[in-house]
Design a protein around this ligand. Structure first.
Ligand code: PFF
Length: 454
């Protein structure tokens, strides 16, 4: 396709490619961050602004990442070195590797908690003492999340699970596991949707989620919606450019970006259809839907009021686990591909060099919810600081710089060539997308970024 097209690792099929990319996008961001953001920002109005952000900012930025990845055909830094040698744009790839690894260091801890909850749902420990009041879900959360050693052990197990998949490589590891996990995840979601929507009183929750009150839209709603869109679609940090290097030659980037974004939105939307009816049906709408509390306290409480309590808990934590695993795999792959391609390491060595230090960083992050909870920098725990810096600053900044690079500074024709799969002339749609990438997305992202610091 292009002169840079020389890398060997490729996804083996279109379905596998979509499954892996959707696997990266669909994660804790959809399952717990989205409902929490929607509740905090007033419900349906947030949903609409969010959809607007995905269409106007998310999809264009995704197309930029796909284009850079497929043109360069290598790791996040190497792509810029190949496409624009002699320039400093490779630093942008470096920031991507740093951001994805930073997110990985706390995301893997949350993935560990998820595994801990899954195991305790399986053993029944999650529900012991709840009925007679000798224990509470808040108490259990303290024990599971904030105790010193247990969460570290579960984090280490999640790291080992990632290593096992990543060692098998792109096709036999990442693609294969995504092909199994993604359909399973959708199946579990559909089951939950059907159950939640048939609960008595579900309509009040639906009303909150689907009936917009536009007076609630303000600057901070837009800022949060953009942050959520970038986080949820895994944008701005080289994850999708790394995956795009594995896309088969004839992949249509526009169609792929639309499919991935659509499926990612569907999962978030379905979570709304599940959470809001479920909490209103049990009269718990006053309860916090804030991240950890939502999934570790409010939802288990909901399950206790449903027949088949343990089964629902097992299914739900399995859903979270699948979502978290395919996302951590994609975050790890960014750095692993860098070590493989740039530093010419074997896959095995690259995986170990990236994942072993994660044991230490994961442990530190884990302790920041327990032993180190009082250690604060700028008033934030290490965990929250990493989250804020990476999600609110590095992702939008990365996305903005990528749009500027692809739209203005990359060798001429990069976007046109990639978006049209080397067609000689570009259709209206391609030209419109390029216009958006050059003008609309960067201006909008810059405006929202600046507004954040006001
Ligand atoms: N998109 C993932 C989610 O919604 O949970 C999170 C994520 C994946 C963020 C990969 C960043 C990333 F590089």
């Amino acid at each position: 396709m292009t002169k840079y097209y020389i890398m060997a690792a490729k996804f083996g099929s279109k379905i596998g490619m979509i499954a892996a990319t959707v696997g990266s996008a669909v994660g804790l961001g959809n399952i717990w961050r989205f409902p929490a953001e929607t509740q905090a920002n007033g419900g349906a109005a947030f949903l609409l602004v969010y959809i607007g952000c995905v269409l106007l900012l998310g999809i264009p930025v995704m197309l930029v990442e796909f284009s850079i990845g497929r043109e360069g055909g290598t790791d996040a830094i190497g792509n810029y070195r190949r496409i624009s040698p002699k320039s400093k744009w490779w630093l942008l790839g470096g920031m991507g590797i740093a951001a994805s690894y930073m997110i990985l260091t706390f995301y893997i801890v949350v993935a560990g908690w998820t595994l801990e909850y899954f195991v305790s749902a399986l053993s029944g420990d999650l529900f012991t003492g709840i009925a007679d009041g000798s224990s509470s879900f808040e108490g259990k959360m303290k024990d599971y999340v904030s105790s010193d050693w247990k969460p570290i052990i579960f984090t280490a197990i999640m790291i080992a699970a990632n290593v096992a998949v990543l060692m098998m490589g792109v096709r036999k590891g990442i693609e294969k596991i995504s092909n199994i996990m993604m359909p399973l995840l959708f199946l579990i979601l559909v089951i939950f949707c059907v159950v939640a929507l048939s609960l008595p009183g579900a309509s009040d929750g639906l009303n909150f989620f689907l009936n917009p009150d536009f007076s609630k839209v303000n600057g901070s709603v837009v800022i949060d919606a953009m942050g959520q869109a970038f986080f949820s679609l895994s944008l701005g940090m080289g994850v999708l450019s790394t995956y795009a290097a594995y896309f088969p030659r004839d992949t249509r980037l526009g169609r792929t970006a639309a499919t991935v974004s659509f499926l990612d939105m569907v999962v978030a939307f379905m979570m709304g259809l599940i959470i809001f009816p479920a909490v209103t049906s049990f009269g718990m709408q006053g309860e916090s839907l804030e991240g950890a509390t939502l999934v570790f306290v409010t939802l288990p409480e909901v399950f206790t009021r449903m027949p088949g309590t343990q089964l629902w808990a097992i299914l739900f934590f399995m859903l979270l686990l699948l979502a978290a695993l395919t996302s951590t795999i994609s975050m790890s792959e960014v750095a692993i591909r860098f070590f493989q391609d740039r530093l010419k390491m074997s896959r095995r060595k690259a995986v170990l060099i990236v994942m072993l230090p994660l044991l230490l960083f994961g442990a530190i992050n884990s302790l920041s919810s327990g032993l180190l909870a009082d250690f604060k920098i700028f008033g934030l725990t290490i965990f929250d600081l990493l989250d804020t810096v990476a999600t609110n600053i590095m992702l939008p900044l990365g996305a903005l710089a990528m749009c500027l690079y692809a739209g203005w500074f990359a060798p001429k024709g990069l976007l046109a060539r990639q978006l049209s799969n080397d067609a000689r002339s570009q259709g209206v749609a391609t030209r419109a997308v390029i216009f958006i990438i050059r003008w609309v997305s960067p201006i909008a992202i810059a405006a929202i970024l600046i507004a954040q610091f006001k």
